[in-house]
Design a protein around this ligand. Structure first.
Ligand code: GLU
Length: 299
């Protein structure tokens, strides 16, 4: 039962006002594993608990890493798990204009600057400049903020974080487990919002789509908790509605590390091809029966 499952993690949750809409938003860069099944289950069961809608969104804007065979496998995996999405599957690769409009609005507001730095340029600059370290590593050293890039080579657009934060003032967001949070996007420095090698960054595309798709509750893993500060800032700057968040626990491998696509955690498609029962797997996850060697992080 969706409600029983959700209540294990959110015992005090009461029916939100209005229709609930959630999404599962995998990047088709690899195969889905049990961690993804758990994440999709959280988003699905949260929506179903309140008679709401559950959407499936492919975060497929990274043309170099995203593969059609992974898109196909993800759709088949979700179907095999019995987590039927409402409406058509969304593809970020079809929404580039939407992200470009958001980018242009931020450019007009004077909040983005062109950055032509390569990884090597950044590494070289960091050798003689000390910068704060955030959850994603050292901040961008600010080379192109001081001297905007003007060349012919490919460039990215970075957010002038200090300027954006000064404009926005203090911001908060709501997590259903952790409660009200003060957003600290400064922790990330000048993030890239439009990439050199691919269009919009994850931050811009996910934020714009959550609003465009009417997502009321963003249900995703705790590994993305800190990024919400950046998303909250973008919502404010772009006048987008503010969803509520549930950052659910993560499935961990026997070393206590997050199950990751890159590691040898069992792919759902392998289980599916072997004739295993996806509905049974979901049932086990609902009842907290995890595979051997897999555990759940703290809530
Ligand atoms: N596409 C992201 C991932 O696969 C998830 C994004 C999100 O849920 O906001 O990790």
């Amino acid at each position: 039962m969706p409600r029983d499952f959700v209540n294990q993690y959110l015992p005090d949750i009461s029916a939100p006002k209005g229709r609930v809409v959630t999404r599962f938003a995998p990047s088709p860069n690899g195969q889905l594993h049990f961690g993804h099944a758990f994440s999709a289950l959280c988003a699905h069961d949260f929506a179903r608990t309140f008679g709401g809608a559950f959407q499936l969104r492919m975060e497929d804007i990274d043309g170099t890493r995203s593969r059609p065979e992974h898109v196909e496998a993800i759709i088949a995996d979700i179907d095999w798990l019995g987590l039927v999405p409402d409406g058509d599957v969304q593809f970020q690769s079809q929404n580039i204009d939407r992200y470009a409009a958001a980018r242009d609005r931020l450019i007009s507001a004077g909040l983005l600057y062109r950055c032509g730095c390569t990884r090597n340029d950044i590494a070289a600059a960091l050798k003689y400049k000390s910068v704060p370290h955030g959850p994603d590593g050292p901040h961008y050293p600010g080379t192109c903020r001081a001297h905007p890039f003007n060349g012919d080579a490919a460039f990215s657009w970075r957010l002038d974080m200090a300027k954006a934060c000064a404009l926005a003032g203090p911001l908060t967001w709501m997590d259903l487990v952790a409660g009200q949070q003060y957003a600290d996007p400064m922790a990330f420095g000048d993030v890239v919002l439009w990439r050199k090698d691919a269009p919009a960054s994850y931050h811009l595309a996910a934020t714009v789509d959550d609003a465009a798709n009417g997502i009321t509750h963003v249900v995703r893993g705790k590994d993305l908790f800190a990024y919400t500060a950046v998303h909250r800032l973008l919502q404010h700057l772009l006048d987008l509605p503010e969803p509520v968040y549930w950052h659910h626990p993560l499935l961990l491998d026997s070393n206590g590390e997050k199950l990751a696509k890159s590691k040898a955690s069992p792919a759902l498609s392998v289980r599916r091809a072997a004739g295993e029962n996806g509905a049974e797997l979901i049932d086990n996850l609902r009842h907290g029966t995890l595979m051997l060697g897999i555990s759940l992080s703290d809530a």
